[in-house]
Design a protein around this ligand. Sequence first.
Ligand SMILES: NC(=O)c1ccc[n+]([C@@H]2O[C@H](COP(=O)([O-])OP(=O)(O)OC[C@H]3O[C@@H](n4cnc5c(N)ncnc54)[C@H](OP(=O)(O)O)[C@@H]3O)[C@@H](O)[C@H]2O)c1
Length: 376
Amino acid sequence: MKHDEFYIKKTIELASKGIGKVSPNPLVGALLVKNNNIIGSGFHAKYGSPHAELSAILNCTESPENATLYCNLEPCCHTNKQTPPCAQRIIKEKIKRVVIANTDSNPRVNGKGVEFLRQAGIEVTQGILDQQGRELNEIFFTHIEKKRPFIHLKWAQSLDGNIATHNGNSKWISNQKALQKVHEFRTKYDAILIGQNTCLYDNPHLTARLNNAPIQARWRVVLTALSVLKDDLNILKDQHRSKTILITSINDIEENAAIVAKFRQAGVHIEGVSEQENGILDLHNVMAILSTYNICSVLVEGGRSILTSFYNAMLWDRISIFIAPIFIGNGISPFSSLNINYIEQTQRLSEIKYELMDDSIHCLIKKGRKSTCSPV
Ligand SMILES: NC(=O)c1ccc[n+]([C@@H]2O[C@H](COP(=O)([O-])OP(=O)(O)OC[C@H]3O[C@@H](n4cnc5c(N)ncnc54)[C@H](OP(=O)(O)O)[C@@H]3O)[C@@H](O)[C@H]2O)c1
């Protein structure tokens, strides 16, 4: 058991090398071990590249016959995809034992890979470091199981809880370290989403710009009315504009045919969704549209109306708040109405981690099942 945990931990480390590159696939690492020696290792490096199990087999320094294969995720067994099924290859190579952390909740696999191996006489141990494996693949599991993208809300605020001044100025509340952390998030997620006013006030590029690394384009999603957008906004004119998706109401698209044609001509995507009774775009429909683009994870960067809508719709999995040592006074808070009249109506959040970032604090909240707050 100790050996199993040791090697599964290593597969999780290997798998994490694919962060930000394998979506919509899961992060997977694999090791082949014989007589307590690693004879092969591999990981899923990017979407469309060989699966981790195959990489480990191809990298073997000796025959994998009778070896143990460690893998954080159940090997696949289905055939209607780009790469041949790993379970078949494992049987062909006469691997003796397979140890995994998690079964794959993709309905096309979901235990069938394990069953296929067992029927071929291979011993399979599952559930080793199950929790760590699920955390590693939280985006993949959320997307498959909740049938919507993984959603991370993020904002920067002053000590007195404002995300901007009363006239909408918010550059820059957070410090350099916090900004780099946000760019790190951006490299991890498939899409960055903002509201119309943030797009107009801040004119962001919404690309991932990590120190010393080339700029990475992500999907950029703006919930907006079409007629308010100016042609010279960065997301509409820069070289990544084919990665911009404007989401508006179906009526707005019908009423603005000329604008739709102009933006589409420039390579920008435009999608229409129904509105709720209160006139705002239905976020569940927005998430469904994003799934059609194979977007499995979204970083929601505000502003206040957007953050409020996501929170009230309970559409979030993580929240990051960067708290800077400044006061703004009469400014804009991260939420408008949460329909709270009494403290007992509030939701006491759990699973909170605090990280010191020079003079600021990063507060990372996971949507948890516990009802008590436990600051570290
Ligand atoms: N400190 C930070 O981290 C941070 C981050 C981002 C933004 N900000 C600041 O926040 C301010 C902007 O916040 P804001 O509340 O004015 O605007 P916002 O959230 O950026 O955009 C709100 C607009 O988006 C449209 N929208 C479409 N679908 C929506 C939905 N489902 N829910 C909510 N809105 C939807 C609405 O337009 P219609 O009214 O036309 O329907 C709404 O007025 C700026 O000052 C910006 O600098 C700060």
